[in-house]
Design a protein around this ligand. Structure first.
Ligand code: ADP
Ligand code: MG
Length: 342
């Protein structure tokens, strides 16, 4: 411990494609959509997170809302740096400080991002006073957050279904043995619903409405133990142009999502088929762990379980498993040295 360590603050960041979460002093202090609203002419950031999310789909010509990490890659470096910056500056305990503390950070990144993007994230973090910055891959952080003992000579399979990507990984001895990242996740499910409403009901709905349908009644299978009730959905009639309302059911949504779920199933099967036999034997006993917001889709666990003939468990708090794991690494940097990327 150095003399100036009292000036150092520690934060763990889950830089997700849909949501950014930050842990400081063991508490989740930021949990907000990864969105920024920007003035087109001055390029000044007007709002980030929840506030920017409310502006989505409702902007006029002068304001644009951007998701800097769309599709599991960094689509807009500038916006993502400013977003991280504003989230960090908004942490109440740091705002109170009379001098800007230097930061020790562990940042979780989607495992599909390239080495160049990784360096960019790290440089962004250094520009916001990050003196010691480590990165960690998402499935590893998810595994640690779920409570899997990743250091054991034992295989575990993690499937993290986020907004932009689904990350599938087999983890053993503190490393990722085989993995796969597919660009089918929550955002694609939402778009499937938009497409379904347009083609089956002539109803044009926006992204926020479609996401709401997904959360309220979304399903991965028509064979649910606890089916939700039908939902009234409002949007614009494509033929008349008038606002209208239709009733939709979870069965319809299950149909709308079927193809995308099938692709996730196939990717899980493919990863299983690449798993070394000793680890496959472990997974036969331990099953598959699900994390990420997408894992909350009704019946997805059941469907994956039927497909793989394995037990499937959903993390206790799927949206926070990754940030929790990142936070655990932050507190035990020497223990997790092998999984952190300096
Ligand atoms: N109850 C739910 N059912 C289905 N999908 C959900 C639910 N809650 C959140 N989601 C979806 O989860 C995704 C966000 O998950 P998250 O793990 O935060 O993603 P990321 O790590 O990419 O930021 C979004 O697409 C959101 O619509
Ligand atoms: Mg995530």
């Amino acid at each position: 411990m150095g003399f100036f360590d009292f000036l150092t603050e520690e934060i763990a960041i889950d830089l997700g494609t849909a949501n950014t979460l930050i842990i400081h002093n063991d508490k989740v202090v930021v949990d907000a959509p990864s969105i920024v609203a920007r003035d087109r002419s001055t390029r000044k950031i007007i709002a980030v997170g929840t506030e920017a999310n409310l502006m989505q789909g409702k902007t006029h010509n002068n304001i644009e809302t951007i998701r800097p990490l769309k599709d599991g890659v960094i689509a807009d470096f500038d916006a993502s740096e400013q977003m991280i910056n504003m989230f960090i500056k908004d942490i109440p305990a740091l705002k109170k400080k009379w001098i800007t503390p230097s930061l020790r950070m562990v940042i979780c990144i989607p495992s599909g991002i390239t080495a160049v993007e990784m360096r960019a994230v790290k440089e962004s973090a250094e520009r916001v006073n990050g003196k010691e910055v480590y990165l960690i891959h998402e499935p590893m952080a998810a595994a640690i957050g779920i409570g899997v003992d990743t250091m054991q000579p034992k295989g575990n399979m993690i499937v993290d279904i986020g907004g932009g990507t689904t990350e599938i990984a087999v983890i053993a001895l503190g490393g990722i043995v085989c993995d796969k990242s597919v660009k089918i996740a929550g955002d694609v499910f939402t778009n499937d619903i938009i497409y379904y409403m347009r083609t089956q009901h002539n109803l044009y709905v926006g992204e926020r409405t479609a996401e709401n349908i997904k959360i309220q009644i979304g399903a991965a299978t028509e064979d649910l133990d606890l089916p939700p009730e039908d939902l009234a959905v409002q949007g614009r009639d494509l033929l008349t142009g008038k606002p209208k309302q239709v009733q939709t059911s979870f069965r319809e949504i299950a149909k709308a999502l079927d193809k995308s779920i099938l692709r996730i199933e196939d990717s899980v099967m493919e990863t299983l088929s690449k798993t070394p036999p000793e680890l496959a034997a472990d997974i036969y006993n331990t099953g598959i762990y699900l994390a990420g917001g997408g894992s909350m889709l009704r019946g997805l666990d059941k469907r994956l379980s039927q497909k793989t003939d394995l037990p499937v468990y959903i993390a206790e708090d799927p949206l926070r498993a990754v940030v929790r794991g990142t936070g655990i690494c932050l507190k035990n940097i020497s223990k997790y040295k092998s999984v952190l990327i300096k």
